[in-house]
Design a protein around this ligand. Structure first.
Ligand SMILES: [Zn+2]
Length: 386
């Protein structure tokens, strides 16, 4: 088994922005410094792809992989939720959960909108655990769907529920100040989770002598078990501080199926917004920035945004110009000869954005700048294989 660091599945939009590429960037950089394999997970089923042809979805995935290669973020393995192996496993996992009494049908009242994007259990309407809260809105006390703008209406029918009581708090947070929030989430996640859906999207499954339409978020939640079957041992997950719930949930569901799933470290990034400093001018997509400036200044901008001691960061694209000025004096940089691989904790300290800002200003001012192994990586200097 190959120990790995991964990111939770990314839904790939038609245009990839810097913020979206940030978690795969941390996965890739951390992998290079720690020696863990890098696994980038992607969602290729679900609402975002509705109405798209299969070929167009796979083209979009190809373009994403090429973009990651172009900016120089090597990834050992891509895991996709539309892989046929994944679906085969999903069927087995569901049967295991049924046999253990954790996945059960029962009649329940659900609230559903016209387009079917929102479907929640009435008893859990105010619970902020439902992933549908992304697209749900409460207007004057009434729940609405943000996508189709209709008020949710009640229906009563047979639904599949997953019992979600998770025991223990095995997730460890870096930076440590997220630990309490993660522990609280792990302890509070104990309500039945609606796994079946009425909307015909994603996977269907036969259980209890009938066909069920499965919730697309549930379908990727067994990700950790699926990776173990692919030969990877999940050691760490890179996640934005806005995505702690999906992490706790997916890890909890996976632990029900794989009791051997070891302790995992959550590497929690700040929530980063990339701006130009001028609201009238958007920053552009990752591909546009690469076309305009080349990859090193864009890598430095992303690296600068990782201020691990902050929860929210606004990164301004003006840094690209300072980076270009610094890089014009590229020869003053002396690559590190250090070849050690670092612990995860040490690596996160090494990759702090404040250090990247200092690197850029040192390159502009000094006649000799000693690079750290991380700076070697960012500037693609003196690779450790030499
Ligand atoms: Zn709707």
């Amino acid at each position: 088994m190959q120990p790995c660091i991964l990111c939770l599945p990314i839904t790939i939009p038609s245009e990839v922005k810097l913020g979206l590429a940030l978690t795969p960037f941390v996965v890739s950089a951390t992998s290079e410094l720690t020696g863990l394999a890098s696994v980038c997970c992607v969602n290729l089923t679900g609402l975002r792809y509705e109405g798209m042809r299969v070929r167009d979805v796979s083209n979009r995935f190809d373009r994403f992989q090429k973009l990651m290669a172009r900016i120089g973020f090597p990834i050992t393995h891509y895991w996709a939720d539309n892989n046929p192996h994944h679906f085969e496993r999903l069927q087995l996992y569901c049967k295991t959960l049924v046999n253990a009494g954790m996945l059960q049908p029962r009649s329940a009242t659900t609230l559903i909108c016209n387009c079917g994007a929102v479907e929640v259990v009435e008893e859990a309407i105010n619970s902020d655990w439902s992933m549908d809260h992304k697209v749900m809105d409460i207007r004057e006390g009434q729940p609405f769907c943000k996508l189709c703008n209709t008020q949710l209406r009640e229906t009563r029918r047979e639904c599949l529920f997953l019992d979600t009581h998770f025991s223990g708090n095995p997730l460890v947070a870096i930076p440590g100040f997220y630990q309490r929030e993660i522990d609280t989430l792990q302890e509070s996640f104990n309500q039945p989770l609606l796994v079946s859906r009425q909307r015909k999207i994603g996977y269907e499954l036969r259980l209890f002598d009938r066909t069920w339409q499965l919730d697309t978020d549930f379908c990727w939640s067994i990700l950790f078990c699926s990776l173990i079957e692919n030969g990877f041992e999940p050691k760490a997950v890179v996640v934005s501080n806005r995505s702690l719930k999906p992490l706790v949930w997916a890890y909890g569901v996976s632990r029900k199926l794989c009791p051997d799933l070891a302790q995992v470290t959550a590497v929690v990034t700040p929530y980063v917004q990339f701006e130009t400093g001028d609201p009238a001018r958007p920053i552009g997509s990752l591909a546009q920035l690469l076309d305009r400036y080349g990859r090193t200044p864009v890598r430095l901008l992303m690296a600068s945004s990782l201020k691990w001691n902050k929860k929210e960061v606004v990164a301004e694209s003006s840094l690209i110009f300072w980076a270009l000025k610094g890089l014009a004096r590229y020869l003053v940089a002396v690559p590190s000869k250090e070849k050690t691989s670092f612990s995860l904790q040490k690596t996160i300290g090494l990759t702090d954005g404040h250090g990247v800002d200092k690197l850029i200003s040192d390159l502009r001012k000094l006649n000799r700048v000693e690079l750290s192994p991380y700076h070697n990586l960012l500037l693609e200097k003196g690779s450790s294989n030499e």
